[in-house]
Design a binder for this molecule. Structure first.
Ligand code: PLP
Length: 415
């Protein structure tokens, strides 16, 4: 158990420093797969802490004082537990950030970040290419309840469009790439340069790619948002999220927001995630290989009018995605000709593919964004964002790709 040397219970608000460089860590030298097995806990090096081959689950919600003058850390489970601490260190090492703080979900990680760094009258610059609950926080919850506004860029492919929305009250530029559900790819470096020129930090939501396929901090991002619920855990058995960034930021979130809502990931969920991260890059490679095959099949199908997948040469940001990503990931979306009636017939017609609300699972899942996740958008916003009535999001799993394609084939024959 560490002792906490810094002042805690309340922290000074984080101030963005565009010249911040995180201090080097010994595990910087190690490869990605090695870090996903050893960062935060090593069976031989950590023998004094825990004599175990596998990182421990510590379900204790409070931690004993050695004596009156020494505050233990973790002190209480609203802010940190030993198992979440290992997970946070591992996630920070995978993304290349200084530190991480977990949250009860990805949506909550976004909420905690904005709640921590923005004040009434401030704003956040983003685009319509974000997940549904992010959009709802941006258009509804934060403006109405906290007086924090969101500026949506007109053309997310144009860095000048991002610049145009930044003003003296902008506290954050928030990019999701590739985006859910339309797989729009934003130029991380170009937008980071714009944000930094205006002394504003840049957040990249790396949920759909994960650090196994994309490292936004290498392109200038300052902060990373993750839903751990998706590919990071990989099979819909964990709900969790994280923010990665400078330690002064993650501790501002932890002590000035998380402390009051008690929302770090629970010990068992943290532990499960540590097990799942051991295979992250292997899983992501297979997700990408399978999705590429499915995307090519769909692109050639006469009943499909559009396939959104960065691995297809027809994708508008194909070249950019090749620069930013190791491979194109496990999610695509496609438009079935015939709008909602066709989407309904198709989705009711699947045998193997499961209709459910999440993605990034080992099993293939489909979902209809128009009626489930992006139903709050206006029709005009959905048109701009490319959320067609016939759009189906497909999270391609780890089954044999021929079986996924056979299921699509038989269901498409019904429309
Ligand atoms: C890109 C992205 N980020 C964050 C989230 C939120 O994650 P969670 O479901 O863990 O709250 C989602 C959820 O769909 C998402 O798609």
């Amino acid at each position: 158990m560490q002792e906490h040397e810094k002042q805690f219970f309340m922290r000074d608000p984080w101030k963005f420093d565009p010249n911040f460089q995180r201090p080097p860590r010994p595990n910087d030298e190690l490869g990605f797969d090695t870090r996903s097995l050893h960062a935060g806990f090593h069976p031989s090096e950590d023998m004094e802490r825990f004599r175990a081959f596998v990182p421990p689950i510590v379900p204790s919600m409070t931690y004993p004082y050695k004596d009156f003058d020494h505050i233990p850390y973790p002190v209480y489970a609203r802010t940190k537990t030993p198992t979440a601490d290992i997970l946070e260190q591992r996630i920070a090492a995978l993304e290349g950030g200084e530190a991480a703080v977990t949250a009860g979900s990805g949506s909550q990680a976004l909420f905690s970040l904005i709640f921590t760094i923005a004040r009434p009258g401030d704003n956040v610059v983003t685009s319509l290419n974000t997940f549904g609950e992010g959009y709802k926080q941006a258009t509804n919850i934060f403006p109405e309840r906290c007086g924090i506004n969101f500026h949506f860029v007109e053309d997310p492919a144009d860095p000048k469009s991002w610049d145009k929305q930044i003003d003296s009250k902008t506290r954050l530029v928030w990019v999701e790439t590739p985006s859910n559900p339309t797989l729009f790819v934003t130029d991380i470096k170009a937008v980071a340069d714009v944000a930094h020129a205006r002394k504003v930090p840049m957040l990249v939501d790396n949920t759909t790619a994960t650090a196994a396929l994309q490292r936004p901090m290498d392109f200038g991002a300052d902060i990373i948002l993750l839903s751990i619920t998706k590919f990071m855990a990989g099979n819909a058995t964990v709900l969790g999220g994280a923010i990665v960034g400078p330690e002064d930021l993650t501790e501002d979130i932890r002590w000035n927001t998380t402390e009051f809502v008690g929302s770090i990931m629970q010990p068992f969920d943290s532990w499960l995630t540590l097990q799942y991260l051991e295979t992250l890059s292997m899983r992501m490679d297979r997700h990408s290989t399978n999705t590429q095959k499915v995307a090519e099949y769909l692109a050639a199908h006469p009943k499909v009018s559009l396939v959104n997948y960065p691995g297809l040469k027809t994708h508008p940001q194909y070249d950019l995605s090749q620069k930013q990503m190791k491979s194109s990931g496990g999610m695509l979306s496609f438009v079935a000709k015939g709008g909602i009636p066709s989407a309904r017939t198709l989705m009711n017609g699947f045998d193997l593919i499961v209709h459910a609300v999440t993605f990034g699972t080992s099993r293939t899942i489909c979902m209809h964004p128009r009626t489930i996740t992006h139903e709050h958008m206006t029709q005009q916003e959905r048109d701009i964002a490319g959320i067609d009535d016939g759009l189906i999001r497909l999270s391609v799993g780890l089954e044999d790709p021929k079986d996924i394609i056979a299921d699509l084939d038989q269901a498409l024959s019904k429309i």
